[in-house]
Design a protein around this ligand. Structure first.
Ligand SMILES: [Cu+2]
Length: 159
């Protein structure tokens, strides 16, 4: 058998297989999918009047470490992580970092502290020098609401 014949037969087999599998496909599969990418987490709607803020320290304060940070929240109820009631969320303290992606769960590391038990204040150790603090509320899955509820970023100096 020559190489040409083998290639032809192989091509014919592929065509036949393709026809078979095409017939097995549901009719809707050919029209294409319009679902969103799986990397984006579902978002919880935020009440329009929801507001989060750092009660203390104040922007520009000079403080000594450890630093007491108190969280303020209006228009939303604090609830532990894993709570999926509407208009609830828990605090995340962002230390020396920018807002993370708001359509994904908030990272958990030394720059992104979760308060998944529903805490409304904390005490943090900071090195001497300037530091930024910001609060970001996450839903039961640690994903920011739509729209994200984030405080202003404050800068403090640790002596
Ligand atoms: Cu969280």
């Amino acid at each position: 058998m020559s190489h040409k014949v083998i290639v032809l037969l192989a091509g014919l087999a592929v065509l036949l297989l393709a026809c078979d599998s095409a017939q097995d496909q549901p009719a809707t599969a050919a029209s294409g999918s319009t679902s969103s990418p799986t990397s984006v987490a579902p978002r919880t709607p935020a009440p329009t009047n929801a507001r989060v803020f750092i009660v203390t320290p104040a922007n520009g304060d000079t403080v000594s470490s450890p630093v007491v940070v108190q969280f303020g929240l209006e228009g939303l109820n604090v609830a532990p992580a894993g709570t999926y009631e509407p208009e609830t969320g828990h605090h995340h303290l962002l230390i020396d970092t920018q807002l993370p992606a708001v359509d994904l769960p908030i990272p958990a590391d030394e720059n992104h502290i979760h308060f998944g038990k529903g805490q409304t204040e904390t005490v943090i150790e900071l090195t001497p020098g300037p530091h930024t603090l910001q609060l970001l509320v996450g839903d039961g899955n640690h994903v920011p609401h739509q729209q994200p509820i984030a405080s202003e970023t404050i800068t403090i100096t640790v002596e």
